[in-house]
Design a protein around this ligand. Structure first.
Ligand SMILES: [Ca+2]
Ligand SMILES: [Ca+2]
Length: 378
């Protein structure tokens, strides 16, 4: 059964792989399984790990309250890789992008905010529903046997640090598929968010985040909007705060300090998640753009998306590719996530760089993945 759990993890997790191993062990495993691509272009079969029986479509039920959002004045910036040291191939080439003005939440959406949505609508998140085997098996190597029902019960991915140093190529060493883990019980049964109203909500899938945004009269940011906002007008810098390394000077973001994933000094004050807004904002007044939780973007993820702008003088409000493609898992539709989490550090993923791109399946719920919303400015 460990094999099944590992496969689940491989499908869900791609959000912090080892920076120097673009073709890691898990990529080789996935490649070697020759997964069929039959559902790649069928929107009805997009990675629905869970039964959609209870899916609810939310129209805009509330006008966006922009008073507490930050107005990001539109402009033109250079999107993509700057530094050869940390950048990955999917961050090239850097290209000029224009974005219109928009409003952005200053913080990731909190537990208190998400609770309001759930209490008003009765919304049930992906992680609270059972896994639909007929759908899941399409994402796994053909012939993968159906697991025991207990493994298809409502579950989510929880960071569970090992007691000793492990290979950074084996994500199953620090991620566990925990039955009963969800946004209300972030570490599984027995855990809770009592007293954590001001923490970012986690274990929310892209579908959950999108549903919340619609309810709030907002939307998820495009990847271009997200990077433009993260750079805060400091176009040439590697990080939202400048070029100083994350461990130099004052704490800049909630990250992993020490040896990932087994030893964390916690010098920034937080071993795991932090309440929102505990670190200095960037130049646009946005908090937690770097670190704490990864944040969903609206865009599909495509490894070669930036190459489509190689001969474009200035991209105008790009909103992502029409198809998803991740060479590590070619038949799995993924969305972009940005900004890094409390698990990122320079030795592992440096996901808090402004240009850093990551991706995850639409139905992924994880203990380091949240979101914030934007709204049109006019
Ligand atoms: Ca930390
Ligand atoms: Ca973040």
């Amino acid at each position: 059964m460990k094999i099944f759990i590992c496969l689940i993890i491989l499908v869900i997790i791609t959000s912090c792989q080892y920076k120097n191993k673009s073709h890691s062990k898990e990529a080789e495993l996935i490649d070697s399984t020759k997964i069929s691509c039959c559902n790649q272009n069928n929107p009805n079969l997009r990675n629905k790990l869970v039964s959609n029986n209870n899916a609810q479509q939310y129209t805009k039920t509330n006008p966006a309250t922009t008073e507490e959002m930050v107005l990001i004045e539109g402009g033109v910036f250079t999107m993509g890789a700057r530094d050869a040291q940390f950048a990955r191939q999917d961050e090239y080439p850097a290209h000029r992008v224009r974005v219109n003005s928009f409003y952005m939440d200053p913080y990731p959406v909190t537990n208190a905010q998400f609770r309001e949505f759930v209490e008003e609508t009765g919304y049930m998140t992906t992680a609270e529903k059972p896994v639909d085997w007929d759908v899941l098996k399409k994402q796994l190597p053909s012939g993968t046997p159906k697991p025991d029902e207990q493994y298809l019960a409502p579950s989510s991915m929880v960071f569970t640090p090992p007691a000793h140093q492990v290979s950074l190529e084996d994500v199953s060493q620090w991620w566990s598929w925990i039955q009963g883990a969800n946004w209300r019980n972030p570490e599984g049964p027995g855990s809770s968010i009592n007293g954590k109203d001001n923490y970012p909500v986690v274990h929310v899938s892209w579908e959950d985040a999108t549903a919340y945004a619609k309810w709030a009269g907002k939307r998820l940011p495009t990847e271009a909007e997200w990077e433009y906002a993260a750079r805060g007008g400091m176009d040439d810098y590697i990080y939202p705060w400048g070029n100083e390394r994350i461990n130099e000077g004052q704490p800049k973001a909630n990250s992993w300090e020490g040896i990932f994933p087994n030893y964390n000094t916690g010098n920034d004050g937080y071993q795991l998640l932090a309440p929102v807004g505990q670190f200095p904002p960037n130049h646009f007044g946005l908090y937690d753009m770097a670190g704490n939780v990864w944040e969903w973007c609206a865009d599909l993820y495509h490894y070669d998306y930036y190459k489509s702008f190689a001969n474009v003088n200035e991209a105008d409000n790009p909103d992502g590719p029409s198809e998803s493609y991740d060479p590590m898992e070619p038949n799995v539709v993924k969305r972009v996530i940005r900004g890094g989490s409390f698990l990122c550090n320079d030795s592992y993923c440096s996901g808090y760089r402004a240009a850093a791109r990551m991706k995850s399946t639409e139905d992924s719920g994880m203990s380091h993945l949240g979101f914030r919303c934007v709204a049109d400015a006019n």
